[in-house]
Design a protein around this ligand. Structure first.
Ligand code: ARG
Length: 363
């Protein structure tokens, strides 16, 4: 029978060998470190990463993220070590700092903040939000207001005493839960949050939609696994690719569902699919997102440039003799996929660790 400690030791060794090799460290250093880690595991059932291991582990986890088209930049990730943050208000302070640093007045910096690892159900920090910044969603008798994807979390916030203004774009508060304590709710001050009004460079009337989006997508509900250690709270961000907003968040029928409105503004004939009104509205919505972010001086990438960057990543991985893994269904952009090389290729969707994983929803 394989015990948990045996499993942890195996994962630790495998990880440390890779990191020390990639960082060009001498073998003697690896050997010493392996002895040390084995002892820690034998004595406590866990081991602590050095900052260097943590930093490089988080970067490798990005590099191994099969769904991500933005992986060319894996090695430029800024890693904040917040393993010492214990109380909820210490966590909150670190999250505020993450938002400010990553936002950087629009010149977005890929960033991760890593909190203390989980040591079982009773010793586990969780951020309930899917992203640190996201809009609330309300089910009302007149239909849904805001982001339908946030309805459940919004209800949890209300249970904890929060009341949103009831607009389509209310920023959700943060919910932080320590161990088996009651979750605590904190509102983010507006000055921390960069938002961009979505306007179109030449379609009259587009601005009457009064759409906006936030600048920095900071995923906060995934677990970062490094060398067998589980970081259950480790929010991370890059910058947006325009299709995430223009072809999904604002366009999906089960999200903001704006294509019919955009098509009306464009005077397209919606009575038949054959006018391709959805496609034409979709493209202009994506044009608007790119135009708006650029005008506001906020980092964003279009899907053609992102695909080119991903091609460079593929070449780099080949040069470094690493096996390239990827999830084709996620890597192809939702707009004009066949105009990118990704569409015409296949990728091996094998899970390599370190990596970021989904974890059970805490509510
Ligand atoms: N697709 C998600 C959203 O629209 C964000 C996922 C992460 N995206 C990124 N570019 N790092 O909010």
């Amino acid at each position: 029978m394989v015990t948990n400690t045996e499993q942890l030791e195996r994962e630790a060794i495998e990880f440390l060998e890779i990191v020390y090799q990639e960082l060009g460290k001498p073998n003697a250093e690896l050997e010493t470190r392996l002895q040390d880690v084995k002892m820690q595991i034998a004595e406590t059932g866990y081991y602590d990463h050095t900052f260097e291991e943590l930093e490089h582990g988080a970067k490798i986890a990005w590099r191994n993220s099969n769904k991500c088209i933005g992986r060319l930049f894996w090695n430029s990730l800024t890693v904040f070590d917040e393993r010492k943050a214990e109380k909820e208000d210490e966590v909150l302070k670190a999250l505020r700092h993450h938002i400010t640093f990553a936002t950087n007045s629009g010149k977005i910096r890929p960033t991760i903040t890593i909190f203390k690892p989980s040591r079982g159900k009773k010793d586990c920090l969780r951020i309930w939000n899917h992203q640190l910044i996201r809009y609330a969603g309300y089910e009302t008798e007149h239909g849904i207001i805001g982001d339908p994807a946030s309805i459940d979390l919004t209800r949890e916030c209300e249970k904890l005493g929060w009341r949103g203004e009831g607009t389509h774009f209310d920023i959700l508060p943060l919910i932080i839960q320590r161990n088996d304590h009651n979750p605590k709710l904190f509102s983010l001050e507006k000055e921390y949050i960069l938002e961009i009004p979505i306007t179109h460079p030449d379609i009259e009337g587009f601005n009457d939609l009064h759409v906006k989006w936030y600048g920095v997508p900071i995923i906060s509900d995934m677990v970062l696994e490094i060398g067998g250690i589980l970081y259950s709270a480790a929010p991370f961000n890059g910058w947006y690719m325009e299709t995430e907003i223009g072809a999904r968040n604002l366009a999906d029928t089960f999200r903001y569902n704006l294509l019919p409105k955009v098509a009306s503004i464009m005077n397209l004939d919606k009575r038949t699919h054959a006018t391709l009104w959805k496609d034409r509205a979709l493209v202009e919505l994506n044009v608007a997102v790119l135009h708006s972010f650029k005008t506001a001086g906020v980092s964003i990438v279009d899907h053609h440039t992102a695909a080119q960057q991903f091609k460079l990543f593929e070449q780099n991985e080949r040069t470094s003799s690493r096996e390239l893994t990827g999830d084709w269904t996620w890597l192809i952009p939702p707009v004009s996929p066949a105009t990118t090389h990704i569409f015409h290729q296949s990728y091996k969707n094998k899970v390599v660790k370190p990596n970021y994983f989904y974890q059970k929803c805490p509510y």
